[in-house]
Design a binder for this molecule. Structure first.
Ligand SMILES: *Cc1c(COP(=O)(O)O)cnc(C)c1O
Length: 454
């Protein structure tokens, strides 16, 4: 089997799409009934089936249906689901010890993950890290560090930003429904400025001009000397896989540096080979002061981190950072195996090859589908934005219909976007060419065949 990486993960699960019942099948339907009676309705669901097993780029459901996974659990299982190295490391670590609390009794694996993060994140400066349990926690801790290190309060975020669901990160997240509606009041001192959104910005607006638009607003409405940090996703994730115009991030970084404002990169979704670099900031050589990571770091185990300039991280008093589970030893062992896998299989290069293949296919489909306003992304983080043909009016219903049609045919595709009108692809980086091609055939057919009702 031709592969985009050196070796396919998940060898124990056959890497092919195969449906044996209608979707969802009888066992999934029975579980859905139990779920409705036991699980809070506020927890959403994308695929209507329940998973039994997964490996590489395939999700096997409880009725025996095999789905191609173009979501990777939202950019988490980039090394493939149940990647063999990760499974081995988890088994071995769980057999040695499962928990001590690093703040009570430390262990080597935590230190080694921090050493890896210092090597891999942008910039050759002296770095320190703290490990946490999730992306939201990573972003919260980055803000804590930025405030303590600068002695300033204000936090600046972008339009369309997604930073999590805790109280502070809800305040930092842009989209009201479903993330914020009814959940306020939110944390204070969070200010939002325009992002760079080439499809929807005035034609010809350069990255530097988009950055000037944002920083002029900070100067006028917040005051640069009040700002602890500007927090940016180098490519907007939940907000619609929006790639900023070239020059936007470098201009923002320069503005920050000249004013003692810290630049925090939220690389929770873009990090770890996903975009065809170790981190999305690498694309334009931007070196953030602090980097928040999670998702792709540990092959599916819950782990997050803040990595930053040593003098900033160490500005926090002893005991000011931490948590009971942060840097759990099993999650750290999984992270070390995951990072090794990215390197051993050269998944940075695989992400670039996946990006080229997906972009070509989607661009070809776009030429035949007037509802596609734009194909965009970087590396294995690609998306199409759907609109009412001939306008820029978002068409979230079309995105829902196409995603649903894909799942009915055995392919998991996620949606995103402030307007809900973006289909996003986050395949595991170990996916084979055959499996990816097959999934793209399904998506292309669903897009071309989709007809707006009425
Ligand atoms: C998913 C995500 C988060 C939140 O991570 P959780 O682990 O769900 O708390 C934060 N920032 C970005 C960019 C994300 O994509």
């Amino acid at each position: 089997m031709a592969s985009l990486s050196v070796a396919d993960g998940g060898a124990s699960v056959p890497q092919r799409r195969h449906l044996v019942t209608e979707v969802p099948g009888p066992r999934s339907r029975a579980l859905a009934t139990r779920r409705a009676a036991a699980v809070a309705a506020g927890v959403a669901g994308t695929l209507p089936v329940f998973v039994d097993r997964a490996g590489g780029g395939i999700l096997l459901d409880v009725d025996g249906n095999a789905f191609v996974d173009l979501g990777s659990g939202i950019a988490v299982t980039s090394v493939g689901n149940a990647a063999p190295e990760v499974v081995r490391a988890v088994r071995s670590q769980a057999g040695r010890f499962t928990h001590t609390c690093f703040m009570v009794t430390p262990y080597e694996e935590y230190v080694e993950v921090c050493e890896e993060l210092a090597r891999l994140t942008p910039g050759g400066h002296d770095k320190r890290s703290v490990l946490v349990n999730s992306g939201a926690e990573a972003v919260e801790n980055a803000v804590k560090v930025a405030r303590r290190a600068t002695g300033r309060d204000a936090v600046v975020v972008l339009d369309h930003a997604y930073h999590g669901r805790t109280n502070l990160t809800m305040a930092m997240t842009a989209k009201a429904m479903p993330y914020k509606t009814g959940f306020g009041p939110f944390a204070g001192e969070v200010y939002r400025v325009p992002a760079s959104y080439p499809l929807r910005d005035p034609a010809g607006l350069t990255g530097a001009q988009a950055a000037a638009r944002a920083t002029a607003m900070i100067d006028a409405q917040v005051g640069a000397d009040q700002v602890a940090c500007v927090v940016v996703e180098p490519i907007l994730g939940e907000g619609g896989f929006v790639v900023p115009a070239a020059g936007f991030l470098p201009a923002l970084a320069t503005w920050c540096r000249d004013r003692g404002v810290l630049l925090v990169a939220d690389e929770v979704q873009t990090g770890f080979a996903r975009t065809g670099d170790w981190f999305a900031c690498d694309d334009e050589g931007v070196v953030p002061d602090l980097v928040a990571t999670a998702k792709g770091i540990a092959g599916g185990l819950p782990l997050g981190a803040v990595t930053g300039r040593a003098e900033l991280m160490d500005a926090v008093h002893v005991g000011g950072l931490g948590g009971t589970y942060g840097g759990n030893p099993v999650a750290c062992a999984a992270a070390l195996a995951t990072l090794r896998t990215y390197r051993d299989l050269d998944l940075v290069a695989a992400a670039r090859r996946i990006g080229a293949l997906v972009h070509d296919r989607l661009t070809d489909v776009a030429a035949r589908t007037p509802a596609v306003a734009q194909v965009r992304g970087r590396g294995a983080m690609q998306a199409v934005e759907l609109v009412r043909p001939g306008t820029l009016e978002p068409d979230p219903a079309a995105a829902r219909r196409v995603a649903q049609e894909c799942s009915r045919r055995g392919v998991l595709v996620l949606t995103c976007g402030t307007y809900g009108n973006v289909l996003r692809l986050l395949p595991p980086l170990v996916i084979s060419v055959e499996l990816l091609d097959d999934a793209l055939d399904v998506l292309a057919a669903a897009l071309v065949e989709d007809v707006t009702p009425g």
